[in-house]
Design a protein around this ligand. Structure first.
Ligand code: GLY
Ligand code: MN
Ligand code: MN
Length: 444
């Protein structure tokens, strides 16, 4: 659990990096319509969550690093929240309200969202700079632009509008890129829960089951372990479906002899896990499946060896691509000199995505990968995925025995000062460990 004092410290750290005389505005997410008058489950905006831990829609966090000179006596950190409303709360759920928000969230003040149009121009007044991410939230964009216009239109003696608008994203996202010990502890827990969910699916599967039934097993484990939602759309692809990178239909019946690719991770207090495992529906890899699987695993292990402070994700990718290319030549799937095939990126026919990505409050987490054209070195506290794959669809020109096989092996790692820790190590990935676990079917 991230404490209120942590949220306060994050806000203070952000404000300290903004220019003096700045107002920072970070809006919450809104509900999203699913159909007619029903909505998708609410998911808070990750930036807003990172700074507040508050899970209501439409709120707006406003922070100033200038305490004097404004017309209204506002404090350093305030929030506009949905007002208490007995009728609305009976229909739509509880609201924290303006009276409780300051104490509960560690704010200086809270105002009703009903007053935001009136108060925002006054809050902008007197600040030289506005930090706000445009083009992320259309409703917030409209609100801020209207407030700026009002502030600018006022007689110059009475109001001074900020003269620069700066994206708050880069500062905030650099903070989010490096995880604290408390965040890593949550992500470790998310990794364990997600690993157990994959094990549950491996034990449950049998030819004849539907892909969505494995999805249900996975989600059941998440919820029973305190992580109600998956961090992204669960992928359960059997046979050739495993060659569709973001397959989420999950509607087919699993056949004997299929390999099944499951890419699933839970979200725990906002933090994502992201695991992929690939295993045989009947519990035993065939010879071609074994050969390809071992190749992906060897490539992942080669990449993992590179992932430590000072090295880059590109270093891991280079090691991974070398193993993949040599292996594809050995299996007769690519022909030519491995070094030439690496150079011409011939491997991309069968491995068409990157090695991995940052992981955190977003599954494809924020944070820059390059600075001035150079890959950013890994450093302690960075969490990334490591996820090589091979996807040889039924339409491919590879030797027949390899067609219709998609394999990805994905783990999450946190970089420590001396190397890395695999957060998702408890789900098996060697051929013999997977076959052994699957041999223990029906022992849930
Ligand atoms: N689950 C999405 C990804 O692996 O990037
Ligand atoms: Mn991933
Ligand atoms: Mn994934």
């Amino acid at each position: 659990m991230i404490s209120n004092s942590t949220f306060q410290a994050r806000r203070a750290k952000l404000m300290a990096q903004c220019r003096p005389s700045s107002l920072v505005i970070v809006p919450a997410a809104s509900q999203v319509t699913r159909s007619n008058d029903t909505e998708y489950p609410f998911r808070q905006d990750s930036d807003f969550w990172y700074l507040s831990g508050f899970n209501e829609p439409d709120a707006v966090l406003v922070m100033s690093n200038q305490l004097e000179g404004n017309k209204i006596q506002h404090s350093a950190v305030l929030m506009f929240v949905q007002p208490k409303d007995a009728h609305a709360e009976v229909w739509h759920g509880r609201r924290l309200g303006t009276a409780s928000a300051p104490k509960e969230l560690g704010l200086d003040e809270a105002y009703s969202l009903d007053s935001i149009e009136e108060l925002l121009p006054e809050l902008l007044n007197g600040h030289e700079h506005l930090y706000f991410s445009l083009d992320r939230n259309p409703a917030a964009d409209a609100l801020v632009q209207a407030a700026l216009a009002e502030c600018k239109a006022a007689p110059k003696q009475s109001m001074m509008a900020p003269n620069t608008i700066i994206d708050v994203g880069p500062i905030l996202h650099q903070m989010r890129r490096i995880k604290s010990d408390a965040e890593i502890a949550l992500m470790r827990e998310a990794g364990i829960i997600s690993a157990d969910a994959h094990k549950r699916a491996m034990r449950f599967v049998k030819p004849g089951a539907f892909e969505y039934q494995l999805e249900a097993e996975i989600h059941h484990e998440f919820a029973m372990r305190g992580a109600r939602y998956p961090a992204y759309g669960t992928i359960v692809g059997s046979g050739n479906n495993a060659c569709i990178l973001h397959y989420t239909e999950n509607s087919e019946q699993i056949k004997d002899g299929d390999l099944i690719l499951i890419d699933a991770g839970c979200e725990l207090q906002g933090y994502a896990a992201d695991i992929t495992r690939t295993f045989p529906a009947n519990g035993k890899f065939s010879a071609p499946q074994k050969a390809l699987y071992q190749l992906v695993l060897d490539a992942q292990l080669a990449a993992l060896e590179q992932l430590k402070p000072g090295n880059t994700i590109a270093d891991g990718m280079k090691a991974c691509v070398s193993v993949i290319t040599h292996g594809l030549v050995d299996l007769g799937i690519l022909s030519g000199e491995p070094e030439d095939l690496i150079e011409s990126e011939a491997w991309r026919t069968y491995f068409m995505h990157g090695l991995g990505h940052y992981l955190g409050l977003d599954v494809h987490d924020v944070g820059i990968y390059k600075h001035q054209g150079n890959d950013l070195p890994l450093e302690a506290g960075v969490v990334i995925t490591v996820e090589p794959g091979l996807y040889i669809s039924e339409q491919s020109k590879a030797p027949k025995q390899y067609r219709g096989i998609g394999i990805r092996i994905e783990d999450d790692i946190v970089i420590h000062a001396t190397g890395h820790e695999v957060l998702t190590a408890s789900v098996p990935k060697s051929i013999c460990d997977i076959e052994e676990l699957m041999g223990s079917a029906n022992t849930l």
